[in-house]
Design a protein around this ligand. Structure first.
Ligand code: GRF
Length: 230
């Protein structure tokens, strides 16, 4: 019988994680996917997408980043990484629909075939969802369908779950409710607070988002290379 493993080291190491479907061979896209990205925050997931393209894992071109906050980190990263970036400030739109019409116009002008919401902190409407039907995906820091909406990490801690994680899913009108494409799980440690758990989840987001985008890309291209803009 094998010896019991020494558990004293476990909490000192980066805890194990799990991505499903597991990362395997990256699908190839010829021509590369033409991706639009939406971000409101620091943009670390934007950069993870960019790095996956730069390494040649994710065969995609980031055609346009749209941010809604003038001072957000995503905008600075886009400048450094030379990703085209446009500010569409939600404060200049009276309705969610008006904001989404502006997003659709910008993505169409940039010849985007699919859109990744990488930390977009606004609720989107059918104006955007229908314009990119089946081609709009979102990153959420929970194992959906658990802990939808705001402060998913805090919700997980408050619920006392022992496994947390993140999901990439298709977007539909009900917030955080569309079909899941891929998920990553991480343990919740007894010593965790919201910041430590969020950091552990975010490390997995950076692996998950490019992979889930590639998985979704297979479907987008299967549905027809010729994505006809409506
Ligand atoms: C991510 O943790 C994502 O799950 C949430 O917003 C965060 C964005 O982080 N929706 P960043 O801007 O990519 O660093």
């Amino acid at each position: 019988m094998p010896a019991c493993s020494d558990t004293s080291q476990i909490l000192e190491q980066d805890p194990p994680e799990l991505i499903v479907p597991a990362i395997g061979a990256w699908p190839q896209f010829s021509p590369p996917l033409r991706i639009g990205v939406m971000a409101s925050g620091s943009g670390s997931n934007l950069e993870a997408l960019y790095e996956a393209t730069a390494k040649g894992c994710l065969e995609a071109s980031l055609q346009l980043l749209i941010v809604n906050n003038p001072g957000c980190g995503a905008r600075e990263r886009a400048e450094r990484l030379r990703i085209p970036c446009q500010l569409i400030d939600h404060r200049e739109h009276n309705t969610r629909e008006s904001l989404d019409h502006a997003l659709v116009s910008a993505f169409r002008a940039a010849d985007v075939e699919a859109v990744v919401m990488a930390g977009w902190m606004r609720i989107v409407t059918p104006v955007l969802i229908d314009a990119y039907a089946g081609r709009l995906i979102n990153l959420h820091p929970s194992l959906l369908p658990a802990f939808k909406g705001l402060d998913a990490v805090g919700q997980a801690l408050a619920a006392g779950v022992r496994i947390a994680g993140c999901s990439v899913h298709h977007v539909q009108a009900d917030v955080d409710s569309g079909a899941v494409i891929a998920q990553a799980a991480v343990p919740v440690l007894a010593s965790d607070d919201a910041a430590t758990l969020a950091r552990r989840i975010q490390r997995q987001e950076h692996r998950l988002l490019p992979w889930a985008t590639a998985l979704a890309g297979v479907e987008w291209r299967r549905e027809g290379q010729a994505f006809v803009q409506g």
